[in-house]
Ligand binder design. Structure first.
Ligand SMILES: Cc1cc2nc3c(=O)[nH]c(=O)nc-3n(C[C@H](O)[C@H](O)[C@H](O)COP(=O)(O)O)c2cc1C
Length: 174
């Protein structure tokens, strides 16, 4: 079973998971931008991951443009975010970005990454600085808003080598 792992990562969290998954599976590793129909045709299992940016999952739209080429392949998707795993919220997120057919056809995972304001650049930095200022001014913060505010001042690095195991085991069992 030949496996191709593709990813889009802005600050390295998703990239680290992609490298661990590819190492465990002896897979070919590429970025989403490097994916081609020819590469897909050469592999049996295609794994794709991207970081969550306010509900947009890195590289996923580009990946899904290749959906016709992916028919007949085993497709495994994951996304990485700063939030702790929450199966209901993760399922809702998938439903927002995949069609029902894609949800059924792909095996879906969530791998928690982290958040580090200090390594953000460009638009991401601007957006998050704006959010931090807005939250600081808001009088009654919900628990999730309090968590976000904390995250701006204290980087979270929750990369977990073991977290890839369920995805890796799933692919090995195909
Ligand atoms: C602009 C922006 C929006 C984000 N939105 C979310 C979000 O909605 N939910 C979440 O869990 N994490 C969110 N994050 C955190 C990223 O998903 C997290 O840092 C992830 O590990 C990034 O992966 P990457 O560096 O590989 O792209 C956001 C980060 C940025 C910069």
């Amino acid at each position: 079973m030949s496996v191709l792992v593709a990813y889009t990562s802005k600050t390295g969290f998703t990239k680290t998971y992609a490298e661990w998954i590819a190492a465990d599976l002896g897979a070919t590793l590429v970025t989403t931008d490097e994916l081609t129909p020819e590469l897909i045709a050469e592999h049996d299992v295609i794994v794709h991951g991207g970081g969550n940016r306010a509900g947009n999952l890195g590289g996923l739209s580009k990946f899904l443009k290749l959906w016709d080429e992916l028919r007949g392949k085993q497709v495994v998707l994951w996304y990485t975010g700063a939030s702790p795993e929450n199966p209901e919220a993760n399922a809702r997120q998938w439903e927002k970005v995949l069609t029902p057919e894609q949800c059924d056809a792909a095996k879906l995972f969530y791998l928690r990454g982290g958040f580090d304001m200090g390594i953000l650049r460009g638009k991401d930095k601007l957006m998050m600085s704006g959010m931090r200022s807005a939250l600081k001014l808001k009088p009654n913060l919900s628990p999730s808003e309090q968590g976000m505010l904390k995250m701006f001042d204290n980087p979270i690095r929750d990369l977990d080598r073991e977290a890839v195991n369920p995805l890796v085991e799933y692919v090995r069992a195909l």
